[in-house]
Design a protein around this ligand. Structure first.
Ligand code: SF4
Length: 307
């Protein structure tokens, strides 16, 4: 078995910056992280061990007990910011600038008198943060939920981690069903997500299966796995190396590796190491039956393959 790594994968700058800010906080016990800083159970555990108070994403309406509140990279609405300020909380804001850009785009469309159609996952914290500041909006996760809207003026924005191909399909459907409306579209999918999706599309052409590393509730990780399935390539979604199950790889000669934007480098490295061990034992068992494959792209050379 050979392993090919996606050209772009793993932690984005927005998540890295947020983590760096938490590293600089001197008294973590005085800070409540307002929802999950990243959708990554290992990071959540590390923050817990460091002494941070963490409120779950469904408990954010409560009054935090600590004097300071850390806004995650997913951002919050201005309404929520005002609520926290009004109860005397000091805010430590790690909102990703590209999430902020999506907020600004939605607000601008609303200011132009447009009904905002946000393409994204209903209930996701980033989506909640955007729509809470809007008077009139619809959240659309797929083509089925698109409809004819009452307004003659529509504005489309999207969650930063939407797959561009799905976004295009939904946008087309909105246009078809609202052909008389004046529609303005602002593409707010973030560049790190786009680059990872492009790398993924390149990867699926070259592999038999893909291992996707990331948290179970990480939207962009799940999207990467969905992208594989859409291209007829089986995907194994794992959160850590221990979940890499040897039996799953039976019959695959070339396996791709990618990871969501909230995945730590150390977690990817551990999964890579586990895959290399599998590749190594696989090659040891089959070296007489299969000649070495030509090198394509960025590839992990196992020790066995060099022998
Ligand atoms: S996925 Fe994109 S928008 Fe979200 S934190 Fe990372 S860079 Fe920012």
């Amino acid at each position: 078995m050979r392993i090919i790594r996606a050209e772009e994968m793993g932690m984005c700058f927005g998540v890295r910056d947020a983590l760096q800010i938490t590293d600089q906080i001197i008294e973590p016990s005085q800070v409540t992280i307002h929802g999950e800083l990243v959708h990554n159970p290992r990071v959540i555990h590390q923050l817990d061990a460091a002494g941070f108070v963490q409120s779950s994403e469904t408990e954010r309406a409560a009054v935090p007990e600590t004097p300071a509140v850390l806004i995650t990279a997913h951002g919050v609405s201005d309404r929520e910011r005002r609520r926290l300020n009004s109860i005397g909380k000091q805010l430590i804001d790690t909102t990703c600038p590209l999430v902020r850009r999506a907020h600004d785009a939605a607000m601008q469309l609303a200011a132009e008198g447009r009904h905002v159609v946000l393409v994204g996952k209903p209930g996701h914290v980033e989506v909640q943060g955007i729509v809470e500041d809007l008077e009139s909006y619809h959240v659309v996760p797929d083509i089925k939920t698109v409809k004819k809207y009452e307004s003659e003026f529509l504005g489309i924005v999207c969650q930063t981690t939407m797959p561009s191909c799905l976004l295009e399909e939904i946008r087309e459907e909105i246009t078809t069903q609202n052909h008389e409306a004046d529609i303005k579209f602002v593409d707010t999918v973030c560049h790190p997500t786009k680059r990872r999706q492009t790398a993924m599309l390149d990867l699926v052409k070259r592999v038999d299966a893909v291992v996707v590393v990331g948290g179970r509730n990480s939207n962009n990780t799940r999207r990467l796995a969905e992208l594989c399935h859409q291209h007829g390539v089986p995907a194994l979604h794992v959160t850590c190396a221990e979940e890499v199950n040897e039996q799953w790889f039976a019959g695959f000669d070339v396996v791709g590796l990618t990871a969501g934007t909230s995945t730590l480098d150390s977690t990817i490295d551990a999964v890579q190491e586990r895959l290399e061990k599998l590749a190594c034992s696989d090659m040891a068992a089959n070296c007489s039956a299969h000649p070495p494959m030509p090198v394509v792209g960025q590839q992990f050379q196992s020790e066995c393959s060099e022998n």
